[in-house]
Write a protein that binds this ligand. Sequence first.
Ligand code: MG
Ligand code: MG
Length: 264
Amino acid sequence: MARTRIELKSSDEIAVMARAGAIVCEVLDTVESHAMAGISTFALDEIARDVMSRHGATSAFLNYPHDRGGIPFPGVLCTSVNEAIVHGIPSREQVLVTGDVVTIDFGCVFEGFYGDSARTIAVGEVSPEVQHLLEITRQALDEAIAQCGVDRHLHEIGAAVERIVRPHGYGIVAEFVGHGIGRSLHEDPQVPNYVPKGYKACSGLRLEPGLVMAIEPMVNLGTARTKRHKDGWTIITADGLPSAHFEHTVAITEDGPIVLTSRT
Ligand code: MG
Ligand code: MG
């Protein structure tokens, strides 16, 4: 893997990131409480804007430049429904129905620091197989976070995701990975959800106090292969089957990992 430049954070900086993370968590909790049949993803985006601005935070995603010269990202949320994996655009036309799953991904900046978190939400009752996909993906994130002790290695994170997900035959998305986070949304290192070819699980960057990463497994019910929707932004599964995505911003400390984007 390419040599990386890591920006370690002081405990004071991690404290600010925890405040950014708390805002992210509140936005996601509020959006989740409204994510029911009959609401549009556009309306969810408006709810997120409201909570975010009440806290004096600004969006990490709004106007994010397109990688191929398309329109900048128009929402504060990425709202990815069913076969959409990431980067779904909130839309007035997209109204949630019972049985859908919607991934809400939200990032913001507060006092110069970023927070980033995502969760896939079931709209009413979903099929048992989709519910299982959500549970396993969330479990993969938890297990990945559990690896984040001082002196552990970066690829133990991806190994943990694989250990949880592979037995179920689901597809682990490889093109999109977790990332360092701090004064920028995307910093080094990249955090893959698998052990890169030719590497051992117990290899890669040594985790040290002050490293903050967004860890974010994306898991597909079927194939791991992806396609880009014609809207230019949304990434969807190649076979049209549903996908799940859970993400937290996590700080490595002497006392173990701290999840900055959860309510604890
Ligand atoms: Mg995110
Ligand atoms: Mg992220």
